[in-house]
Design a protein around this ligand. Sequence first.
Ligand code: MG
Length: 382
Amino acid sequence: MVKAISVLGCTGSIGRQTLAAAEHIGVRVAALTAQRKIDLLEQQARKYRPQFCAVYDEQAAKAFKTAVADTDIRVGVGMEGLLEAATLAESDCVVTAVSGAVGLKPTLAAIAEKKRIALANKETLVCAGELVMRAAKEKGAEIVPVDSEHSAIFQCLMGRKPGELHRILLTGSGGPFRGKARSELESVTPEQAVAHPNWSMGAKISVDSATMMNKGLEFVEAMHLFGVTPDDITVVIHPQSVIHSMVELCDGTVIAQLGVPDMGLPIQLALTYPERMPSMFEHLDFYHLRDLTFEAPDYEKTPCLKLAMDCARTGGTAPCVMSAANEVAVHMFLRRELGYNRIYDAAAGAVEKVGVVQHADLDTILEADAAARAYVLETFGK
Ligand code: MG
């Protein structure tokens, strides 16, 4: 179990739930970082008393420094601030809850210091899975997934021998538009896309869940986290989100992880692992569970999922390009600058236009990421 944490992205949905879990189980908060929501950051800082806070946005950092001038909290700025939070001596675990590719460098820096990574940032493994997993192995840094699906797979694989796994069954609810054709979704608004039936999450990941790009990103992540190929992962639509994923063993046995759909559970486990502690969440009530149903994905209706699986097979920088283009497109959609169906067009267009490099180093990955973003802004911007 960890003693002190740095929470990167503390004002987001996962960040807030991480602080609640840390308080519940008695883990100290050593550092907090936020992009620009300094009012909430200040509340959190005064409550949890970290020794260090960083604000990514320069202007907001100045305002925050003034706001906490009466405390002894040190304040950092920008990527440098994030890196300091990620490598702080007091922390033995870094919770990477930032949204987007900004999480990559701090994660690598924390791995270099052999800290446990409670991984909640998808882009880290999607963009640089090879690099990150190799660094973690070399340094002996643990990566414990926070995403509910990967946490489920991680739990199902605890104590298994390498040869026992036959395939991973990655479950997904199908999101709010399950079964709808692309032509029916042309005029979807951000409000409709963000309203997920089972999970309460941040805006970006909620849109990704609606397009099922989220499941595609999780597919790529699972490959890297568990060292398997695309052929070893099957996506299963399970609308109730009670089973959070499963593994099928070589003898045909299937092991599933079930629980209430609340991110607080996998967050707590990432902090207590390999121990478990009582949580503040409801337990499943099997007498009142509705039917658990399963179906195959309809790739015609979820082209983003198909695109991500194709990029997983292509490998190299393809998933990074797709993810970066998607990130820009989703933010444009949320600002009503881009139609819902154009999110797929932007991601697929970037993959086609920006070349793929295999076995890329960090600089090449960041170049591919930037090229994808530039492509979307140029082609789909106003
Ligand atoms: Mg998930």
